[in-house]
Design a protein around this ligand. Structure first.
Ligand code: TXA
Ligand code: MG
Length: 542
């Protein structure tokens, strides 16, 4: 099929109307996103919408009309609840969809067999013109391939739908950029099923208290039923992995720049203000405080993600889920398949270094002097008593439990350190849990500043949460002697252990500060104390 590219002039709108009256499909601009329209009362035409989009048949469509009188005239609903009238006066025409008891004329394809129907009066002049010219009620979901970000330009529609629909009307970029707020009046109190530009607060000012459906901000459990079928499907997802980072601007910037220093295949989806501070490629979605601009830019940004070269993951700066931010959050968290990383607000100081350099002595001194120290070794001990971790270790290394169900740590160490692959497997299983425990302890700490004592700070990606990282280094000959003495190793064993670690160069490149421990123990510990006082004792914001 050849898809006609139409303008929004009257002769072209006339062509589009004729196509719709003939049972064809036309993509039309609305103020929110482009919709894929068909005659809502023609079940054959509606069925073709599902085919063109690859949309599951159990996901109902929104019926669009030109004005309020059409709802009764066309008998689209069996009853107009009083609250619908109030909402209509306040917000129609505009980006609000109201779910009401359906009229008999609504085909099952539109309502997906539900007893309700979703109605919206769009404000976009081209949508209005098409509705009026055709005289039809138009069923129209967003005009994207099911699962992809909704289209906010005619080009987005063409990218997804060329050759599958009769026509697309180019009405420029959509001004709102995210789909309408969907509210159901079938429950009491009424409930938001999908957030949009019209916020919960604005609606409550008109009809009183409403609820926000659990699935708006959370992932549905396997056995949970969706109030709005659309919410159970994967949505808005680029092919590239998207992860949300939830935290302040400063923590976001730190996390991103530290990660990029080690992995050049990441990118940022961020606010305008973040960009100058970030080292990696960025897609911006507008000013930090301009949620409307962010909403307008969001879907175009999500589509642009897949155009980035050599990028495997995009980390998005997570918006606050209030006001219009709720709509942004709702779309982004689905684009991220609910993968969210929380960045603690605490100032975390990373203390790391090469084996035998003196990190443990430094940590011991700091802990004894009353600084809050979170130990990775201690977190590791807790991690391996976690039942999930134990199960994963058994799956990887065979039965490594003692008769009392605890981990046979000697056996695990023996297997894990026998080959580099096994070591990696062990780390892959334990590091996330260790990191989680350390971050939890940091969050629960009463101090503003916390020290992470971790020899594998970088390997376990704990460094990404650190505002400041100090590396303890020492001359290799000194280190070798120290570990031979301390752990009773021969020269060869000591050398093997040293060479298994990150290089001195790595520490110099990735730490913010380096302390050398090549002289007297007293002088070194004095340096450590001064360092900690400098970053922990004052209220300096880092
Ligand atoms: O802004 C918009 O609403 C755009 C433009 C084109 O108007 N349309 C749109 O449609 O986003 P669609 O189909 O992509 O999303 C409609 C949402 C889906 O999540 C669907 O499950 C829900 O509304 N929905 C429709 N009828 C429903 C009903 N009777 N009960 C519960 N949810 C319903
Ligand atoms: Mg959609």
């Amino acid at each position: 099929m050849k898809t006609l590219h139409l303008t929004n002039t009257q002769p072209d709108i006339d062509i589009a109307s004729a196509i719709l009256r003939d049972g064809g499909l036309v993509a039309m601009p609305t103020e929110t996103v482009y919709g894929l329209a068909a005659n809502a009362l023609d079940s054959e035409a509606v069925r073709r919408i599902f085919e063109a989009k690859g949309r599951p048949m159990d996901n109902p469509l929104i019926v669009h009309v030109a004005d309020y009188a059409d709802i009764e005239r066309l008998r689209l609903v069996s009853e107009i609840p009083e609250k619908a009238t109030l909402l209509a006066q306040a917000f129609w025409p505009g980006p609000l969809t109201i779910i009401m008891p359906k009229g008999d004329v609504i085909p099952d394809e539109v309502s997906a067999g539900l007893s309700t129907v979703a109605i919206r009066i769009p404000s976009h002049p081209d949508a209005q013109n098409l509705l009026k010219t055709s005289g039809l009620a138009l069923a129209a979901p967003s005009a994207n391939t099911s699962g992809k970000p909704s289209p906010t330009t005619a080009q987005h529609v063409i990218d997804d739908m060329e050759g599958r629909i009769e026509a697309v009307i180019d009405g420029g970029s959509c001004s709102v950029g995210v789909e309408s707020t969907v509210i159901t009046l079938a429950t009491e109190p009424p409930r938001i099923l999908r957030p949009g530009l019209i916020t919960r607060e604005e609606i409550e000012a008109v009809i009183g208290a409403i609820e926000v459906d659990h699935a708006v901000l959370h992932q549905l459990e396997n056995n949970e039923k969706a109030s709005s079928p659309g919410m159970k499907y994967k949505h808005y997802a680029p092919r590239t992995r998207v992860v949300l980072l939830r935290g302040s601007d400063a923590r976001y910037i730190t996390y991103m720049n530290r990660l990029y220093a080690r992995d050049p295949h990441i990118a940022a989806l961020c606010y305008d203000e973040d960009k100058p501070q970030l080292d990696m490629p960025c897609i911006t979605i507008g000013g930090m405080d301009d949620e409307k601009a962010q909403a307008q830019a969001l879907f175009d940004a999500l589509r642009a993600v897949d155009d980035m070269k050599d990028v495997h993951t995009v980390y998005a700066h997570c918006p606050e889920a209030t006001g219009v931010g709720m709509a942004l959050y709702n779309r982004l968290i689905r684009a991220a398949a609910f993968e969210v990383i929380d960045l603690p607000e605490k100032r975390i100081i990373g203390l790391t270094g090469q084996t035998g350099a003196g990190k443990s002595e430094a940590a011991k001194l700091l802990s004894e002097s009353g600084f809050p120290v979170v130990s990775a070794d201690e977190a590791a001990r807790l991690a391996v008593s976690d039942s999930e971790v134990k199960a994963m270790l058994c799956a990887a290394f065979g039965d490594v439990l003692l008769p009392d169900g605890s981990l046979n740590r000697q056996l695990v160490a023996k297997i894990a350190f026998s080959t580099p692959e096994n070591t990696e497997t062990l780390n892959h299983i334990t590091h996330p849990k260790i990191r989680e425990i350390m971050l939890k302890q940091a969050r629960e700490c009463e101090h503003d500043t916390v020290i992470f004592d971790a020899s594998q700070l970088f390997e376990a990606y704990e460094d990404l949460f650190c505002c400041r990282i100090v590396g303890i280094l020492a001359d290799p000959t000194l280190r070798k002697e120290r570990i031979m003495r301390r752990d009773g190793l021969n020269r060869e064993e000591a050398e093997r252990r040293m060479s298994a670690q990150l290089s001195e160069r790595f520490f110099i490149d990735h730490c913010d500060d380096i302390l050398y421990n090549n002289g007297s123990a007293d002088a070194f510990l004095n340096d450590v104390r001064q360092y900690a006082e400098r970053w922990c004792a004052d209220e300096r914001k880092i």
